[in-house]
Design a protein around this ligand. Structure first.
Ligand code: CMP
Length: 196
C-alpha cells in the first residue's frame, strides 16, 4: 500500500482487521478531542508496526493513522497473523517486545508531561526523532521529521506558539537550525542537557 503525505490508513473509531508494517516513510498516530483539538500519540518510521491493538484486543481503532511523507506499508490481516503466530512462535516474542517498548516510551512521555516544561519536552522530542530518523550532516545531525510546527506541538502536548518560542530560543542559542519539516541539531550535548 503506497500513500502520499496526508493520506489516512484508518480513522479513530473504525473497525479494524489488519495491522500494518512500515516499509518506508513515516506515519503519525493522532487522536481528536471532543472539541476538535488534535494530539499525536507517536510518529512511527520504517520497521515499526501499528494497528495491532484492534486485533489483540478486539475493539475500534484507538487513533487515526496518517502518512506524513511518501509511505509504503505492508498490511497483515488477522487470519494471516494468527497463522504466522502458530507456525513461527518467535514472532510473538518480537511483538511483545515491541509492545513493551511502546509502553515504556508512552510512560516516559506521560512523566515528561507532568515533570518537564515545554522547552524540555521539545528538546526531548527532537532527540528522540534524531535517534530514530537522524542522519549525519556537514554541521550536525539532520532530522527530517516531516512534521509541521503544528504537528510538533501536538506531539509534545503544547500550543504552537509555545513550541515556536522554544524552537526560536534553541536557534538563537545556536543549538539547532530549522528547515522545512526538518531540523539540523548543531549542539547535541546542550540540547540533551536542556531535555533533562
Ligand atoms: P489500533 O487501536 O488498532 O489503531 C491505532 C493504533 O495506534 C493502535 O492500534 C496502535 O498500533 C497505535 N498506538 C496506540 N497508542 C500508541 C502509543 N501510545 N504509541 C504508539 N502507537 C500507539
Amino acid at each position: 500500500m503506497d500513500l502520499s503525505r496526508g493520506a489516512s490508513v484508518f480513522r479513530e473509531g473504525d473497525q479494524g482487521d489488519q495491522l500494518y508494517f512500515i516499509v518506508s516513510g513515516k506515519v503519525k498516530l493522532g487522536r481528536t478531542s471532543p472539541d476538535g483539538r488534535e494530539s499525536l500519540l507517536a510518529i512511527l518510521g520504517p520497521g515499526e508496526l501499528f494497528g495491532e491493538m484492534a486485533l489483540f484486543d478486539p475493539s475500534p481503532r484507538t487513533a487515526t493513522a496518517t502518512a506524513v511523507s511518501e509511505t509504503r506499508l505492508a498490511g497483515l490481516k488477522n487470519e494471516s497473523l494468527n497463522a504466522l503466530l502458530r507456525t513461527r512462535p518467535e514472532v510473538s516474542a518480537q511483538l511483545l517486545q515491541a509492545l513493551a517498548r511502546r509502553l515504556r516510551r508512552t510512560n516516559d512521555s506521560l512523566s515528561d508531561l507532568v515533570f518537564s516544561d515545554v522547552p524540555g519536552r521539545v528538546a526531548k522530542a527532537l532527540l528522540d526523532l534524531a535517534d530514530r530518523f537522524g542522519r549525519p550532516a556537514t554541521d550536525g545531525v539532520l532530522v527530517a521529521h516531516e512534521l509541521t510546527q503544528e504537528e510538533l506541538a501536538q506531539l509534545v502536548g503544547a500550543s504552537r506558539e509555545t513550541v515556536n518560542k522554544a524552537l526560536a530560543e534553541f536557534v538563537q542559542r545556536g543549538w539547532l537550525r530549522l528547515e522545512a519539516r526538518a531540523v539540523v541539531i548543531l549542539d547535541m550535548q546542550r540540547l540533551r542537557q536542556r531535555s533533562r
